[in-house]
Design a binder for this molecule. Structure first.
Ligand code: GAL
Length: 415
């Protein structure tokens, strides 16, 4: 049954696009890191939407998964007095820029469009700074996913793993079948993205205590040692050329049957879709084994820099991004789920529908946590200290016990 609301929204959106077709004085100079095939397709949805509303577009893509390079470029541009109009930003990075007073206030727009009623409080915690809306959330990604080649899984017996032990036996079976069991890109942010799932698989309490509350007993305790032992186990399933590989090239290894699975946020689904693959027939999406019922999320938000470009164009962009019709069209392509709770899941595939259901269930159950790897548990300075220890261990610099000790020391030094 077609959702009447959704049809009305489509109609309203079309009227809006014709009526608001006035050109804006400035283009929107948008800095982001969406450069893979799937991401570029999603950016295309955004660009078409804005141009349909007469908003010009100056694209500033900065390649580098996870956004570290983009954030470095942003800092340089702001220091040079040349801040972009709008920036893709994650979690606590928004709070850091809010502390510096650089972000435009979007309260009037948020009030006129009722954002408070439809954006989950877990996201508002990052979209707002001192109670003011300073960013518009376009999506909710989550990182505790595993993307498994259906044919590779069938060759192991066809049962997707739901526990750590089952995961290891599927990886072993894939190794015996002669393919790379785990496709991975050896970049710190990707090592950390796997760590999100591994840490969460050791319990909600451990994840929260160690990576959100920064409790020293958790950071240096036996479960942290076990987390690093599990990371060492996973390290034994990657291929010899993993170091430095971009995440979307790891996705391609699963897509082309060279590897069995990838542990990555659901932006990876955008690559499978772009390659014409379908969930269920070509690939299987499962929550990282042991994390079912919980979600580690990261929301891509558009922060507007005050005084950079026309505030009218900034508000028009924020309004477009928050439009329910756009939120559906963009997230279907991006692999994420809508940031608004009032968008129907009718356009989403099985994995998208599962992502939306998991998010709502975790939010209701108190098992919705920010992603450490993608800036949603602690401020950037502490997050990068944690990521450095995870990546150093993954590259053999520490034993599990040494890594747990390093974790305590690194976090203490960064606080
Ligand atoms: C995340 C971001 C995603 C995607 C991913 C890979 O931080 O939220 O949208 O860009 O990095 O680069």
């Amino acid at each position: 049954m077609v959702n009447k609301y959704f049809v009305k929204s489509v109609a309203a959106s079309l009227v809006l696009s014709f009526s608001a077709s006035q050109a804006f004085a400035d283009d929107v100079d948008f800095l982001h890191w969406w450069t893979s095939g799937g991401e570029a397709a999603a950016v295309g949805v955004l660009k078409d939407d804005l141009e349909g509303k007469g908003i010009g577009w100056k694209d500033m893509p900065i390649a580098g998964g996870g956004g570290d390079a983009a954030m470095t470029t942003l800092k340089a541009r702001v220091t040079a007095g040349n801040a972009p109009t709008a920036v893709q930003m994650l979690g606590y990075a928004i709070q850091d820029w809010g502390d510096q007073g650089k972000l435009a206030n979007l309260n009037d727009l948020a009030a006129s469009e009722g954002w408070d009623a439809v954006v989950p409080s877990a996201l508002q915690a990052f979209s707002k700074h001192n109670g003011d809306w300073v960013a518009a959330p376009v999506n909710v990604h989550s990182t505790n996913w595993v993307w498994i080649s259906k044919s590779a899984l069938d060759a192991t017996g066809g049962n997707a793993p739901s526990t750590w032990e089952e995961l290891v036996s599927v990886l072993d079976a894939m190794k015996a079948n002669g393919i790379t069991p785990l496709a991975h890109g050896g970049q710190a942010w990707q090592d950390a993205t796997i760590f999100d799932g591994v840490a969460l698989s050791l319990g909600n309490g451990f994840y929260k205590s160690a990576l959100i509350d920064l409790n020293e007993d958790a950071l240096g305790g036996p479960l942290m040692v076990e987390a690093f032992n599990r990371m060492a186990t996973l390290r034994s399933y990657v291929d010899d050329n993993f170091s430095g590989r971009d995440w979307n090239l790891a996705s391609a290894m699963v897509i082309n049957g060279e590897a069995g699975m990838q542990m990555m946020g659901d932006w990876a689904k955008g690559e499978f879709l772009k390659a014409g693959q379908k969930p269920g027939s070509d690939f299987v999406c499962v929550r990282f084994p042991g994390t079912q019922g919980s979600v580690t999320f990261n929301s891509d938000q558009f922060a507007m820099f005050s005084g950079s470009g026309s505030s009218a164009a900034q508000e028009a962009m924020a309004s477009s991004v928050m439009n329910p019709v756009f939120q559906s069209a963009f997230n279907v392509v991006k692999g994420s789920v809508p940031a608004r709770t009032d968008v129907p899941d009718m356009m989403f595939d099985h994995c998208g529908k599962k992502g939306m259901a998991d998010l709502a269930a975790a939010n209701a159950a108190g098992s919705l946590f920010g992603s450490m790897a993608h800036g949603h548990t602690v401020r950037p300075a502490i997050q990068s200290a944690i990521v450095d220890v995870v990546s150093a261990h993954f590259n053999g610099e520490f034993s599990a016990e040494e890594a747990a000790e390093e974790m305590v020391a690194a976090v203490a030094a960064a606080r």
